[in-house]
Design a protein around this ligand. Structure first.
Ligand code: UDX
Length: 434
Protein backbone atom coordinates (compact mmCIF):
# COMPACT_ATOMS: atom_id res chain seq x y z
CA UNK A 1 0.00 0.00 0.00
CA UNK A 2 1.13 3.55 -0.68
CA UNK A 3 0.36 5.71 2.31
CA UNK A 4 0.67 9.44 2.81
CA UNK A 5 0.70 10.69 6.39
CA UNK A 6 -0.18 14.34 6.81
CA UNK A 7 1.41 15.75 9.98
CA UNK A 8 4.62 14.58 11.61
CA UNK A 9 3.57 15.17 15.21
CA UNK A 10 3.54 12.38 17.75
CA UNK A 11 0.81 10.30 16.18
CA UNK A 12 1.78 10.97 12.55
CA UNK A 13 5.44 10.18 12.99
CA UNK A 14 4.96 7.05 15.06
CA UNK A 15 2.16 5.72 12.84
CA UNK A 16 4.09 6.54 9.66
CA UNK A 17 7.22 4.79 10.93
CA UNK A 18 5.26 1.74 12.07
CA UNK A 19 3.26 1.44 8.83
CA UNK A 20 6.52 1.52 6.88
CA UNK A 21 7.89 -1.15 9.21
CA UNK A 22 4.84 -3.28 8.29
CA UNK A 23 6.06 -3.13 4.69
CA UNK A 24 3.98 -0.27 3.29
CA UNK A 25 5.52 2.66 1.43
CA UNK A 26 4.96 5.76 3.53
CA UNK A 27 5.62 9.44 2.91
CA UNK A 28 5.15 11.81 5.84
CA UNK A 29 4.27 15.36 4.88
CA UNK A 30 4.53 18.44 7.05
CA UNK A 31 4.32 22.17 6.45
CA UNK A 32 6.99 22.90 9.05
CA UNK A 33 10.19 23.27 7.03
CA UNK A 34 12.47 22.98 10.07
CA UNK A 35 10.83 19.73 11.10
CA UNK A 36 11.03 18.14 7.66
CA UNK A 37 14.64 19.23 7.24
CA UNK A 38 15.53 17.74 10.62
CA UNK A 39 13.77 14.47 9.74
CA UNK A 40 15.58 14.32 6.40
CA UNK A 41 18.82 14.73 8.38
CA UNK A 42 17.80 11.80 10.58
CA UNK A 43 16.87 13.97 13.60
CA UNK A 44 13.68 13.08 15.45
CA UNK A 45 11.90 16.16 16.82
CA UNK A 46 10.32 14.32 19.77
CA UNK A 47 11.66 12.08 22.49
CA UNK A 48 10.18 8.61 22.11
CA UNK A 49 12.14 5.49 23.00
CA UNK A 50 13.05 3.42 19.91
CA UNK A 51 11.65 5.87 17.36
CA UNK A 52 14.97 7.08 15.97
CA UNK A 53 16.10 3.50 15.20
CA UNK A 54 12.75 2.62 13.62
CA UNK A 55 12.79 5.73 11.43
CA UNK A 56 16.44 5.24 10.42
CA UNK A 57 15.86 1.58 9.50
CA UNK A 58 12.87 2.30 7.27
CA UNK A 59 14.39 5.38 5.66
CA UNK A 60 17.42 3.23 4.81
CA UNK A 61 15.32 0.49 3.21
CA UNK A 62 13.44 3.10 1.18
CA UNK A 63 9.99 2.57 2.64
CA UNK A 64 9.81 5.79 4.67
CA UNK A 65 10.39 9.32 3.41
CA UNK A 66 9.58 12.90 4.35
CA UNK A 67 8.58 15.85 2.23
CA UNK A 68 7.19 19.37 2.33
CA UNK A 69 5.56 18.92 -1.05
CA UNK A 70 2.19 17.25 -0.81
CA UNK A 71 1.61 17.50 -4.59
CA UNK A 72 4.57 15.22 -5.22
CA UNK A 73 3.11 12.27 -3.33
CA UNK A 74 -0.67 12.55 -3.11
CA UNK A 75 -1.64 11.51 -6.64
CA UNK A 76 -0.23 7.99 -6.04
CA UNK A 77 -1.62 7.44 -2.55
CA UNK A 78 -3.97 4.54 -1.81
CA UNK A 79 -4.63 5.97 1.65
CA UNK A 80 -4.08 9.45 3.06
CA UNK A 81 -4.00 9.70 6.86
CA UNK A 82 -4.72 13.04 8.49
CA UNK A 83 -2.66 13.24 11.68
CA UNK A 84 -2.57 16.97 12.29
CA UNK A 85 -3.16 18.69 15.64
CA UNK A 86 -6.65 19.26 17.08
CA UNK A 87 -5.85 21.58 19.99
CA UNK A 88 -8.48 23.01 22.34
CA UNK A 89 -9.94 26.13 20.79
CA UNK A 90 -9.19 29.12 22.98
CA UNK A 91 -12.22 30.27 24.91
CA UNK A 92 -14.70 27.44 24.43
CA UNK A 93 -12.84 24.13 24.78
CA UNK A 94 -14.13 22.80 21.43
CA UNK A 95 -11.52 20.93 19.38
CA UNK A 96 -9.99 23.28 16.81
CA UNK A 97 -10.51 21.50 13.49
CA UNK A 98 -9.02 24.15 11.23
CA UNK A 99 -5.91 22.02 10.51
CA UNK A 100 -8.00 18.94 9.69
CA UNK A 101 -10.32 20.83 7.34
CA UNK A 102 -7.36 22.74 5.87
CA UNK A 103 -5.68 19.44 5.02
CA UNK A 104 -8.91 18.13 3.41
CA UNK A 105 -9.24 21.27 1.29
CA UNK A 106 -5.63 21.14 0.19
CA UNK A 107 -5.56 17.47 -0.73
CA UNK A 108 -8.92 17.35 -2.56
CA UNK A 109 -7.75 18.28 -6.07
CA UNK A 110 -4.77 15.90 -5.90
CA UNK A 111 -6.51 12.70 -4.82
CA UNK A 112 -6.84 9.83 -7.24
CA UNK A 113 -10.02 7.82 -7.74
CA UNK A 114 -10.30 5.13 -5.08
CA UNK A 115 -8.25 7.03 -2.49
CA UNK A 116 -9.24 6.53 1.14
CA UNK A 117 -8.88 9.56 3.40
CA UNK A 118 -8.50 8.50 7.02
CA UNK A 119 -8.67 10.77 10.06
CA UNK A 120 -6.19 9.58 12.66
CA UNK A 121 -6.24 12.82 14.62
CA UNK A 122 -8.66 12.74 17.53
CA UNK A 123 -11.71 14.45 16.06
CA UNK A 124 -15.23 15.05 17.35
CA UNK A 125 -18.20 13.10 16.05
CA UNK A 126 -19.22 14.31 12.63
CA UNK A 127 -15.78 15.51 11.50
CA UNK A 128 -15.57 12.71 8.93
CA UNK A 129 -18.88 13.90 7.44
CA UNK A 130 -17.46 17.40 7.07
CA UNK A 131 -14.19 16.10 5.51
CA UNK A 132 -16.32 14.14 3.03
CA UNK A 133 -18.39 17.24 2.22
CA UNK A 134 -15.30 19.44 1.71
CA UNK A 135 -13.67 16.99 -0.72
CA UNK A 136 -16.90 16.21 -2.59
CA UNK A 137 -17.62 19.90 -3.00
CA UNK A 138 -14.14 20.59 -4.40
CA UNK A 139 -14.13 17.51 -6.68
CA UNK A 140 -17.69 16.41 -7.46
CA UNK A 141 -16.54 13.63 -9.85
CA UNK A 142 -13.93 12.06 -7.59
CA UNK A 143 -14.58 8.54 -6.31
CA UNK A 144 -13.15 8.53 -2.75
CA UNK A 145 -13.90 7.32 0.79
CA UNK A 146 -13.49 8.89 4.21
CA UNK A 147 -12.75 6.69 7.22
CA UNK A 148 -11.93 7.17 10.90
CA UNK A 149 -9.06 5.29 12.54
CA UNK A 150 -8.36 6.79 15.97
CA UNK A 151 -5.01 6.12 17.58
CA UNK A 152 -4.69 4.88 21.15
CA UNK A 153 -0.90 4.91 21.60
CA UNK A 154 0.64 6.38 24.75
CA UNK A 155 3.67 8.62 24.72
CA UNK A 156 6.74 6.82 25.98
CA UNK A 157 5.35 3.43 24.91
CA UNK A 158 4.18 4.52 21.48
CA UNK A 159 5.84 1.94 19.24
CA UNK A 160 4.91 -1.00 21.39
CA UNK A 161 1.35 0.30 21.72
CA UNK A 162 1.11 0.76 17.96
CA UNK A 163 2.46 -2.67 17.14
CA UNK A 164 0.62 -4.57 19.88
CA UNK A 165 -2.67 -2.77 20.32
CA UNK A 166 -5.54 -4.17 22.39
CA UNK A 167 -7.65 -3.37 19.33
CA UNK A 168 -7.63 -1.29 16.18
CA UNK A 169 -10.79 0.76 15.74
CA UNK A 170 -11.83 1.40 12.17
CA UNK A 171 -14.87 3.49 11.30
CA UNK A 172 -16.07 3.16 7.71
CA UNK A 173 -19.19 3.91 5.78
CA UNK A 174 -18.32 1.81 2.67
CA UNK A 175 -16.76 -1.56 1.72
CA UNK A 176 -13.82 -0.16 -0.23
CA UNK A 177 -12.51 1.81 2.77
CA UNK A 178 -12.93 -1.28 4.93
CA UNK A 179 -10.88 -3.42 2.52
CA UNK A 180 -8.06 -0.86 2.29
CA UNK A 181 -7.81 -0.51 6.08
CA UNK A 182 -7.96 -4.32 6.50
CA UNK A 183 -5.00 -4.54 4.13
CA UNK A 184 -3.02 -1.80 5.92
CA UNK A 185 -3.48 -3.48 9.31
CA UNK A 186 -3.09 -7.08 8.11
CA UNK A 187 0.27 -7.54 9.90
CA UNK A 188 -1.43 -6.74 13.21
CA UNK A 189 -4.50 -8.89 12.74
CA UNK A 190 -2.15 -11.77 12.02
CA UNK A 191 -0.85 -11.18 15.56
CA UNK A 192 -4.41 -11.48 16.92
CA UNK A 193 -5.05 -7.78 17.53
CA UNK A 194 -8.73 -7.47 16.66
CA UNK A 195 -9.75 -4.98 14.02
CA UNK A 196 -13.06 -3.52 15.14
CA UNK A 197 -15.08 -2.34 12.20
CA UNK A 198 -17.86 0.10 13.00
CA UNK A 199 -19.47 3.25 11.64
CA UNK A 200 -17.36 6.37 11.20
CA UNK A 201 -19.26 8.21 13.94
CA UNK A 202 -18.90 5.23 16.27
CA UNK A 203 -15.12 5.23 15.79
CA UNK A 204 -14.87 8.97 16.36
CA UNK A 205 -16.79 8.72 19.61
CA UNK A 206 -14.92 5.59 20.78
CA UNK A 207 -11.67 7.53 21.02
CA UNK A 208 -13.17 10.23 23.25
CA UNK A 209 -15.08 7.74 25.36
CA UNK A 210 -11.89 5.71 25.94
CA UNK A 211 -9.86 8.72 27.03
CA UNK A 212 -12.65 10.08 29.21
CA UNK A 213 -13.10 6.69 30.87
CA UNK A 214 -9.38 6.38 31.62
CA UNK A 215 -9.32 9.95 32.96
CA UNK A 216 -12.29 9.00 35.15
CA UNK A 217 -10.43 6.01 36.57
CA UNK A 218 -7.48 8.22 37.48
CA UNK A 219 -9.62 10.93 39.08
CA UNK A 220 -11.61 8.30 40.92
CA UNK A 221 -8.54 6.78 42.53
CA UNK A 222 -7.13 10.26 43.26
CA UNK A 223 -10.28 11.13 45.21
CA UNK A 224 -10.19 7.76 46.99
CA UNK A 225 -6.55 8.61 47.85
CA UNK A 226 -7.74 11.85 49.49
CA UNK A 227 -10.23 9.86 51.53
CA UNK A 228 -7.58 7.28 52.48
CA UNK A 229 -5.46 10.07 53.95
CA UNK A 230 -8.39 11.16 56.13
CA UNK A 231 -9.45 7.73 57.33
CA UNK A 232 -6.00 6.20 57.73
CA UNK A 233 -6.07 3.66 54.89
CA UNK A 234 -3.48 2.98 52.20
CA UNK A 235 -4.76 3.71 48.69
CA UNK A 236 -2.38 1.13 47.24
CA UNK A 237 -4.24 -1.60 49.15
CA UNK A 238 -7.58 -0.23 48.02
CA UNK A 239 -6.45 0.05 44.38
CA UNK A 240 -5.22 -3.52 44.44
CA UNK A 241 -8.35 -4.68 46.23
CA UNK A 242 -10.63 -3.24 43.58
CA UNK A 243 -8.30 -3.74 40.59
CA UNK A 244 -8.15 -7.51 40.99
CA UNK A 245 -11.85 -7.58 40.19
CA UNK A 246 -11.61 -8.21 36.46
CA UNK A 247 -14.68 -6.05 35.90
CA UNK A 248 -12.65 -3.08 37.16
CA UNK A 249 -9.09 -4.00 36.12
CA UNK A 250 -5.89 -2.91 37.81
CA UNK A 251 -4.54 -0.40 35.29
CA UNK A 252 -4.89 3.39 35.49
CA UNK A 253 -5.48 3.19 39.21
CA UNK A 254 -2.21 4.83 40.26
CA UNK A 255 -2.91 7.95 42.31
CA UNK A 256 -0.73 10.92 41.52
CA UNK A 257 -0.67 14.68 40.99
CA UNK A 258 -3.49 14.56 38.41
CA UNK A 259 -3.49 13.62 34.76
CA UNK A 260 -1.87 15.85 32.14
CA UNK A 261 -0.49 15.45 28.63
CA UNK A 262 -1.64 16.19 25.14
CA UNK A 263 -4.80 14.07 25.22
CA UNK A 264 -6.78 13.62 28.44
CA UNK A 265 -7.20 17.32 29.35
CA UNK A 266 -8.06 18.37 25.79
CA UNK A 267 -10.23 15.37 24.91
CA UNK A 268 -12.33 15.41 28.08
CA UNK A 269 -13.12 19.10 27.44
CA UNK A 270 -14.00 18.46 23.80
CA UNK A 271 -16.26 15.55 24.77
CA UNK A 272 -18.11 17.80 27.21
CA UNK A 273 -18.73 20.26 24.39
CA UNK A 274 -20.07 17.52 22.12
CA UNK A 275 -22.36 16.39 24.94
CA UNK A 276 -23.68 19.93 25.31
CA UNK A 277 -24.13 20.38 21.56
CA UNK A 278 -26.21 17.21 21.32
CA UNK A 279 -28.09 17.85 24.57
CA UNK A 280 -26.67 14.72 26.18
CA UNK A 281 -24.73 16.23 29.09
CA UNK A 282 -21.86 14.15 30.47
CA UNK A 283 -22.07 14.93 34.18
CA UNK A 284 -19.48 12.35 35.20
CA UNK A 285 -16.88 13.72 32.80
CA UNK A 286 -17.68 17.27 33.98
CA UNK A 287 -16.83 16.21 37.53
CA UNK A 288 -13.66 14.49 36.38
CA UNK A 289 -12.43 17.66 34.66
CA UNK A 290 -13.20 19.78 37.74
CA UNK A 291 -11.65 17.24 40.09
CA UNK A 292 -8.43 17.04 38.07
CA UNK A 293 -8.09 20.82 37.82
CA UNK A 294 -8.45 21.18 41.57
CA UNK A 295 -6.06 18.35 42.22
CA UNK A 296 -3.03 19.83 40.48
CA UNK A 297 -3.00 22.93 42.70
CA UNK A 298 -3.95 20.87 45.75
CA UNK A 299 -0.74 18.90 45.25
CA UNK A 300 1.22 22.18 45.40
CA UNK A 301 -0.58 23.07 48.62
CA UNK A 302 0.28 19.66 50.03
CA UNK A 303 3.94 20.63 49.74
CA UNK A 304 3.34 24.12 51.19
CA UNK A 305 1.46 22.56 54.12
CA UNK A 306 4.27 20.07 54.70
CA UNK A 307 6.52 23.09 55.18
CA UNK A 308 4.11 24.63 57.69
CA UNK A 309 1.50 26.27 55.42
CA UNK A 310 0.75 29.91 54.63
CA UNK A 311 3.42 32.27 53.41
CA UNK A 312 6.76 30.51 53.08
CA UNK A 313 9.01 33.29 51.79
CA UNK A 314 12.66 32.38 52.08
CA UNK A 315 12.04 28.63 51.63
CA UNK A 316 13.25 26.61 48.65
CA UNK A 317 11.74 23.43 47.22
CA UNK A 318 13.53 20.94 44.95
CA UNK A 319 11.15 19.63 42.27
CA UNK A 320 12.13 16.30 40.73
CA UNK A 321 10.33 15.69 37.45
CA UNK A 322 8.56 18.23 35.26
CA UNK A 323 7.02 16.31 32.34
CA UNK A 324 3.42 15.09 32.63
CA UNK A 325 4.67 11.52 32.99
CA UNK A 326 7.95 9.62 32.62
CA UNK A 327 9.66 8.72 29.32
CA UNK A 328 8.56 11.81 27.43
CA UNK A 329 9.77 15.38 27.07
CA UNK A 330 6.18 16.61 26.88
CA UNK A 331 5.17 19.39 29.27
CA UNK A 332 1.66 19.91 27.92
CA UNK A 333 -0.76 20.32 30.85
CA UNK A 334 1.82 18.80 33.15
CA UNK A 335 0.77 18.86 36.81
CA UNK A 336 4.28 20.18 37.56
CA UNK A 337 3.21 23.55 36.15
CA UNK A 338 0.38 24.02 38.68
CA UNK A 339 2.46 22.54 41.50
CA UNK A 340 5.32 24.97 40.86
CA UNK A 341 3.02 27.96 40.43
CA UNK A 342 1.34 27.16 43.75
CA UNK A 343 4.74 26.96 45.45
CA UNK A 344 5.76 30.27 43.91
CA UNK A 345 2.47 31.88 44.99
CA UNK A 346 3.41 30.95 48.56
CA UNK A 347 6.72 32.77 48.11
CA UNK A 348 8.79 29.60 47.72
CA UNK A 349 11.84 29.51 45.44
CA UNK A 350 11.94 26.48 43.12
CA UNK A 351 14.89 24.44 41.91
CA UNK A 352 14.01 21.76 39.37
CA UNK A 353 15.33 18.94 37.24
CA UNK A 354 13.85 16.61 34.62
CA UNK A 355 15.76 13.99 32.62
CA UNK A 356 14.19 14.94 29.24
CA UNK A 357 11.80 17.84 29.75
CA UNK A 358 14.10 20.76 30.60
CA UNK A 359 13.95 22.47 27.19
CA UNK A 360 10.16 22.33 27.08
CA UNK A 361 9.87 23.31 30.75
CA UNK A 362 11.93 26.45 30.23
CA UNK A 363 9.34 27.61 27.70
CA UNK A 364 6.45 27.41 30.17
CA UNK A 365 7.90 27.93 33.66
CA UNK A 366 9.65 31.15 34.66
CA UNK A 367 11.71 31.94 37.73
CA UNK A 368 12.83 28.37 38.24
CA UNK A 369 16.43 27.51 39.00
CA UNK A 370 17.04 24.66 36.52
CA UNK A 371 19.64 22.12 37.67
CA UNK A 372 21.63 19.44 35.88
CA UNK A 373 20.77 16.41 37.99
CA UNK A 374 18.69 15.23 40.95
CA UNK A 375 21.36 15.74 43.62
CA UNK A 376 22.29 19.25 42.48
CA UNK A 377 18.57 20.11 42.69
CA UNK A 378 18.41 19.06 46.33
CA UNK A 379 21.29 21.32 47.41
CA UNK A 380 20.10 23.73 50.10
CA UNK A 381 16.38 23.00 49.58
CA UNK A 382 13.92 22.79 52.47
CA UNK A 383 12.03 19.90 50.89
CA UNK A 384 12.14 17.59 47.87
CA UNK A 385 9.03 16.79 45.87
CA UNK A 386 8.78 14.03 43.26
CA UNK A 387 6.27 15.06 40.59
CA UNK A 388 7.14 12.66 37.73
CA UNK A 389 7.82 8.93 38.08
CA UNK A 390 11.15 8.82 36.21
CA UNK A 391 13.29 5.75 36.93
CA UNK A 392 16.14 8.13 37.80
CA UNK A 393 14.20 9.14 40.95
CA UNK A 394 13.23 5.65 42.08
CA UNK A 395 16.45 4.74 43.84
CA UNK A 396 17.95 7.98 45.11
CA UNK A 397 20.83 7.65 47.55
CA UNK A 398 18.88 8.88 50.56
CA UNK A 399 21.96 9.41 52.75
CA UNK A 400 23.41 11.69 50.12
CA UNK A 401 20.03 13.37 49.61
CA UNK A 402 19.72 14.04 53.34
CA UNK A 403 23.16 15.62 53.49
CA UNK A 404 22.25 18.02 50.65
CA UNK A 405 18.81 19.10 51.89
CA UNK A 406 18.38 21.73 54.60
CA UNK A 407 15.78 19.50 56.21
CA UNK A 408 14.97 15.88 55.36
CA UNK A 409 11.45 16.23 53.95
CA UNK A 410 10.31 14.15 50.95
CA UNK A 411 6.91 14.65 49.33
CA UNK A 412 6.42 11.75 46.93
CA UNK A 413 3.48 12.56 44.62
CA UNK A 414 3.95 9.26 42.72
CA UNK A 415 4.34 6.89 45.68
CA UNK A 416 7.72 5.69 44.41
CA UNK A 417 9.11 5.00 47.89
CA UNK A 418 8.28 2.81 50.84
CA UNK A 419 7.52 4.98 53.85
CA UNK A 420 9.50 2.80 56.24
CA UNK A 421 12.64 2.85 54.04
CA UNK A 422 12.59 6.63 53.82
CA UNK A 423 11.74 7.19 57.48
CA UNK A 424 14.53 4.81 58.50
CA UNK A 425 16.93 7.29 56.87
CA UNK A 426 15.58 10.04 59.14
CA UNK A 427 13.26 11.67 56.60
CA UNK A 428 9.75 12.97 57.07
CA UNK A 429 7.84 11.20 54.29
CA UNK A 430 4.58 12.31 52.70
CA UNK A 431 3.10 10.16 49.95
CA UNK A 432 -0.29 10.16 48.26
CA UNK A 433 -3.26 8.41 49.87
CA UNK A 434 -1.31 6.62 52.58
C1 UDX B 1 -3.27 8.81 26.67
C2 UDX B 1 -3.99 7.47 26.41
O1 UDX B 1 -3.53 6.49 27.36
C3 UDX B 1 -3.76 7.00 24.99
O2 UDX B 1 -4.52 5.83 24.75
C4 UDX B 1 -4.19 8.10 24.03
O3 UDX B 1 -3.90 7.72 22.70
C5 UDX B 1 -3.48 9.40 24.35
O4 UDX B 1 -3.70 9.76 25.72
P1 UDX B 1 -0.76 9.59 27.16
O5 UDX B 1 -1.35 10.96 27.32
O6 UDX B 1 0.45 9.42 26.33
O7 UDX B 1 -1.86 8.60 26.56
O8 UDX B 1 -0.39 9.07 28.62
P2 UDX B 1 -0.98 8.07 29.71
O9 UDX B 1 0.05 7.06 30.00
O10 UDX B 1 -2.32 7.59 29.37
O11 UDX B 1 -1.07 9.05 30.97
C6 UDX B 1 -1.91 10.21 30.97
C7 UDX B 1 -1.84 10.91 32.30
O12 UDX B 1 -2.47 10.15 33.32
C8 UDX B 1 -0.42 11.17 32.81
O13 UDX B 1 -0.38 12.46 33.40
C9 UDX B 1 -0.21 10.10 33.84
O14 UDX B 1 0.73 10.44 34.83
C10 UDX B 1 -1.60 9.98 34.44
N1 UDX B 1 -1.88 8.68 35.05
C11 UDX B 1 -1.95 7.55 34.27
C12 UDX B 1 -2.09 8.60 36.42
O15 UDX B 1 -2.03 9.60 37.15
N2 UDX B 1 -2.38 7.37 36.95
C13 UDX B 1 -2.47 6.24 36.22
O16 UDX B 1 -2.75 5.17 36.79
C14 UDX B 1 -2.24 6.34 34.83
Amino acid sequence: MRIVMIGTGYVGLVSGACFSDFGHTVTCVDKDEGKVKALLDGKIPIFEPGLDELVAKNVANGRLSFTLDIAEVLPDADAVFIAVGTPSRRGDGHADLSYVYGAAREMAPMLRDGAVVVTKSTVPVGTGDEVQRIIAEACPDLDFSVASNPEFLREGAAIDDFKHPDRVVVGVNDDHAEQVLQEIYRPLTRNDSPLLIMSRRGAELTKYAANAFLATKISFINEIANLCEKVGADVRDVAKGIGLDSRIGNRFLQPGPGYGGSCFPKDTLALLKTGQDYEAPLRIVESVVASNDTRKRAMGRKVVNALGGGDQHGKTVAVLGLTFKANTDDMRDSPAIAVIQTLQDAGIAVRAYDPEGMDQAKKVLDNVDYCTGPYETLEGADAAVIVTEWDAFRALDLTRAKSLLKQPLLVDLRNLYSRSDVERQGFTYIGVGR
